[in-house]
Design a protein around this ligand. Structure first.
Ligand SMILES: *Cc1c(COP(=O)(O)O)cnc(C)c1O
Length: 277
């Protein structure tokens, strides 16, 4: 077999998924398995599904299309805003997408109408991490606009933390998400089916906090694949941390000085690291 390579133990991925799905089910939280690290690998996606995740999500439409091609049978969500140019493909391959811009939502609506389909959307709310999301003060206007879009179904709201700014999910920002959901429901007399609290970084909060409010959904990739939570990179009890192994052959092993010597110019491995001390 070639090296370097990743050895993936699908039974361990299945176990990790099942363990998390079971623990979260006790709190009324369903899990979408996030497949982006597998670049559309049907084997990994199916292991997550065997472990009980209720759907799959990916940040690239190419990966979702690859999973469809491999006949992976489940609901799929594009877990970031579609590009404007991808609206048709998104409506064709994903039941649901995460959204933050009315221009994109309008495009999705047009694409869904032409395809004779409906498309579900989750509106992402900015809660401090500054990666994506509608500002809370603008959410009501956005919901009002989305409810008027033909062939678009508002599935719920969500947020994504600990991804860009490193802002940890906690009782405060999760309570804010729940409060936003309730206020939207009251204002518009609707029921939001999905309140998606976040990613693997939410596990600390969700497994320790007894009150998870309205949050009833998480999107988990890293925790299933690596068995760790990403905030402090600690192993999660009961999960395998070795489902994926990097296998490489050692091609040189010697004792050498710690610093290079000679005239220092550009080198491929130094280009992004700034000046040598
Ligand atoms: C990648 C991603 C996830 C999953 O994150 P993990 O840390 O792998 O669990 C969840 N939500 C969004 C929006 C993502 O982009």
């Amino acid at each position: 077999m070639t090296a370097p390579r990743l050895d993936v133990d699908l039974d361990r991925i299945e176990h990790n998924a099942r363990s998390l799905v079971d623990r979260l089910a006790e709190r009324g939280i369903s899990v979408t398995g996030v497949t982006k690290a597998g670049l559309g690998s049907a084997a990994i996606a199916n292991a997550m599904l065997r472990g009980g995740v209720s759907a799959l999500g990916d940040s690239r439409i190419e990966n979702i299309e690859a999973l469809r091609c491999e006949q992976v049978a489940t609901r799929m969500t594009l877990i970031r805003s579609p590009m404007l140019s991808q609206a048709e493909r998104v409506v064709r391959s994903a039941e649901t997408s995460f959204n933050t811009e009315l221009s994109v939502l309008t495009r999705l609506s047009g694409a869904a109408c032409r395809a004779g389909r409906t498309h579900e959307v989750v509106l992402m709310v900015e809660l401090g991490d500054l990666r994506e999301g509608i500002m809370p003060a603008d959410l009501e206007d956005m919901v009002r606009a989305v409810l008027c879009l033909p062939n678009i179904i508002l599935l719920g709201i969500g947020t994504n933390l600990a991804c860009q700014g490193g802002v940890a999910p906690d009782a405060d920002n999760m309570a804010e998400l729940s409060a936003l959901a309730e206020s939207i429901e009251q204002t518009f007399g609707i029921h939001l089916r999905l309140i998606s609290g976040g990613n693997s970084a939410n596990l600390d909060w969700v497994l320790s906090d007894t009150d998870t409010g309205r949050v009833n959904h998480l999107r988990l990739g890293e925790a299933i694949l690596l068995g760790c939570e990403p905030l402090a990179r600690q192993p999660i009890t009961g999960l395998y941390t070795d489902a994926i192994t990097l296998v490489a052959e050692v091609i040189e092993s010697k004792t050498k000085p710690a610093q290079p010597w000679g005239r220092i110019a550009q080198a491929p491995s130094r280009q992004c690291q700034g000046k040598h001390p």
